[in-house]
Write a protein that binds this ligand. Structure first.
Ligand code: ADP
Ligand code: MG
Ligand code: MG
Length: 254
């Protein structure tokens, strides 16, 4: 069975229909990129998959490892290995990064019937991952995201992913606002996690990230659904042609 299968997914936000029949199958080991114009519903799809409050599914099914994902509460999805790196990562005042990471990891381990992680092993593990992300160790003891720059927040999201080792990683514009050096480091973290036991759904408005994290499949999203799918060359085509032709194509169909 596939890692993720989305069938005819319709959803609305505050009574406004946004998704109009999304179909997508993601197999283990794959990276799928979702590209599309602003306001086309890409973040809505990511939020619906994570189970974020305020998003109502009106039709369709989502199967995660053969399980009905939509029947699970957001925290159950997280414990089952679904991870959403937010487009605008939140600040949690007073909660240190290391406390947050350890609590999150232990919640996942507990749900699998595994014992809590040893405190020393945990610090060694986190420091190892931080080295990969070229992060200063002082980040561990700062309140999560408080006073972090945009790039530091993004790196921190990837650090969380490296420590928690999710099965399905959903990244929503992880590349937005990053300079080229920060983008390369974020890409290095994502590539380090790629493997046969995991899959990625990467939402991005720009092609640039896909030079560093080469996707297996590229989907073009417009008007709340996937209108075209292809290989990495489709992202290059979008870069060259922009999104206007897709919108014109949709208007011609309507
Ligand atoms: P994208 O990520 O592709 O830019 P979004 O999923 O963020 O698109 O938004 C799709 C549409 O849904 C937009 O028209 C946006 O204004 C609308 N939308 C998103 N969130 C809300 C909300 N909380 N309330 C009302 N409309 C929303
Ligand atoms: Mg947007
Ligand atoms: Mg968005």
């Amino acid at each position: 069975e596939p890692l993720l299968k989305i069938e005819n997914l319709h959803a609305r936000v505050e009574d406004k229909p946004i998704l109009f029949g999304v179909d997508l199958t993601l197999d283990y080991g794959q990276v799928h990129a979702i590209m599309g114009p602003n306001g086309s519903g890409k973040s809505t799809l990511a939020n619906v998959l994570a189970g974020r409050e305020g998003y109502e599914v009106t039709e369709g099914k989502v199967w995660y490892r053969g399980q009905d994902l939509l029947a699970l509460k957001p925290e159950e999805r997280a414990r089952a290995g679904v991870f959403l790196a937010f487009q605008y990562p939140v600040e949690i005042p007073g909660v240190s990064n290391i406390y947050f990471l350890k609590a999150a990891l232990n919640a996942i381990r507990k749900s699998r019937g595994e014992p809590e992680v040893d405190a020393m092993d945990f610090i060694a593990l986190v420091k190892d991952k931080m080295k990969l992300m070229e992060m200063d160790e002082q980040f561990l003891y700062r309140a999560i995201n408080e006073g972090f720059s945009g790039g530091e927040k993004k790196r921190n999201e990837i650090l969380q992913m490296l420590v928690l080792e999710p099965t399905l990683c959903i990244l929503d514009e992880i590349d937005s606002g990053l300079d080229i050096d920060a983008l390369k480091i974020v890409a290095k973290g994502i590539n380090a996690l790629r493997g046969p036991q995991r899959g990625f759904l990467m939402v991005t408005h720009y092609q640039r990230l896909l030079d560093y994290v080469v996707p297996d499949v590229v989907h073009v999203f417009a008007g709340g659904r996937i209108v075209k799918s292809g290989g990495p060359e489709l992202a290059k085509e979008l870069e060259a042609k922009g999104y206007g032709w897709i919108e014109a194509h949709l208007e011609a169909q309507a």
